[in-house]
Ligand binder design. Structure first.
Ligand SMILES: *[C@@H]1O[C@H](CO)[C@@H](O)[C@H](O)[C@H]1NC(C)=O
Length: 280
């Protein structure tokens, strides 16, 4: 095929691509990402439309709901975290960065088996035991951002209470020591990434850093809290002063209520090492 294409010819190609794509969509064996590369040798071109009955069936199926990943709404208003995190930051961070991960993931997995998975399943399968697939970064970033948004609250900040405080104190000596270690970890994550408080399956708490889009669910840890240390999380409000952002995060934003709820849910999956009594 010649590569010099006039406007009309180009429109024809687009129509052919749309029709062929339509056909391919129905075909389960279509996990290929390069449409043009795979299509023009395909015999679907010979009879791209088929008869009216199959056409109608396809249209019905096209209207069926599809597992599209969504930009989930924030759990608060865009200006609710001011003055610690500005409306402008959330407009960019949620409205543009997070949205772009969603849009890009949808493009990457459209028409593949991955499209049918929920986000957690998708992150795990995309991680692929340490050989991440192309869409891992977008999937991981969506997972991490959703978790981050709900790790903050307009009435957040300060010390946790009750059982959570006890658990943190027994793992890190005191809340103050935990806060220091958390800020130190977050301050020393080189480049973009995330800093987590996770509950390990042996019942211990751990502070973990992950670069880029990596998330500790791939190691089977249970995340309780995360702070985003990508520059897009704090640059508009704090410029290059990451430590200042981290102090504000702990003093004014962190939702210990969310962390406590996550801990309560996580307990069922953790072995705290209590003796098992058998009823014989
Ligand atoms: C996603 O799928 C997994 C495995 O099927 C399931 O355990 C989990 O609850 C699902 N998550 C959501 C949010 O539906």
């Amino acid at each position: 095929m010649g590569l010099r294409v006039s406007g009309i010819a180009l429109r024809r190609v687009v129509v052919v691509v749309v029709v062929v794509r339509f056909q391919l969509w129905e075909n389960q064996a279509m996990a290929t990402s390069s449409l043009a590369g795979s299509v023009f040798s395909s015999n679907t071109l010979r009879n791209p439309i088929g008869n009216v009955a199959t056409m109608r069936k396809r249209l019905v199926r096209m209207r069926a709901p599809r597992a599209e990943f969504q930009l989930r709404p924030l759990p608060y208003e865009l200006d609710a975290l001011e003055p610690h995190m500005s409306k402008e930051t959330l407009e960019f961070h949620w409205g543009k960065h997070h949205k772009a991960y969603v849009d890009n993931l949808n493009k990457q997995v459209e028409g593949t088996e991955a499209e049918r998975q929920n986000l957690s399943e998708l992150v795990l399968s995309a991680y692929n035991d340490g050989n991440p697939k192309a869409y891992f970064n977008n999937a991981g970033q969506i997972w991490n951002h959703e978790f981050f948004w709900s790790s903050m609250s307009p009435s957040g900040g300060g010390e946790p209470q009750g059982e959570l405080l006890e658990l943190i104190s027994s793992n890190f000596v005191s809340y103050k020591e935990f806060a220091e270690q958390f800020k130190r970890a977050a301050g020393s994550q080189f480049g973009s990434g995330w800093v987590w408080l996770v509950l390990r399956k042996d019942g211990k708490l751990e502070i973990l850093k992950t670069p880029n889009a990596l998330t500790p669910i791939v190691w089977d840890h249970i995340p309780l809290l995360v702070v985003d240390v990508w520059e897009h999380a704090y640059y508009l409000d704090y410029h290059n002063q990451r430590p200042k952002y981290l102090s504000k995060f702990l003093d004014n934003l962190v939702s210990w209520q969310a962390v406590g709820e996550r801990l309560a849910q996580a307990k069922a999956f953790v072995n705290y090492g209590e003796p098992v009594t058998s009823e014989l």
